[in-house]
Write a protein that binds this ligand. Sequence first.
Ligand code: ZN
Length: 143
Amino acid sequence: MNQQKDKRLYVVTCPYCKKKAELVTGRYLYTHRADLWHKKFYICHTCDAYVGCHRDTEKPLGKLANKELREIRMETHKAFDPIWQVIGYGFTRKTAYETLAAELNIHRHECHIAKFDKDTCLKAIEFSNKLLSTLREGARDGS
Ligand SMILES: [Zn+2]
């Protein structure tokens, strides 16, 4: 208990129903993932929405996300990640995110898919698909 930790208390509300979210341990959400049991999450039971906390704090990582938003964020990763994961495309993770941030007109430090709302996800998916088709054309032409 003598570590310097963020011990502030946060009042977190659900962005969907505006009710106060409950703080739970990872065990509540991930029964079979013992490695996540020590993590904390804010949850809204009514909306099946949740968000994790910054390491060793009760500070939420962002807003609670419902199932629809969690799924579209996963789709965004699926669309975007190949840009920097395929070696021949000439991107690193860093330059790919910089390109995406510039496209979305947001700061690089705000450019985390885990923080995107639905509209931003849709824009990111559209951008990724366009960029990837260009990159794949390039790969075919050998240029
Ligand atoms: Zn709610």
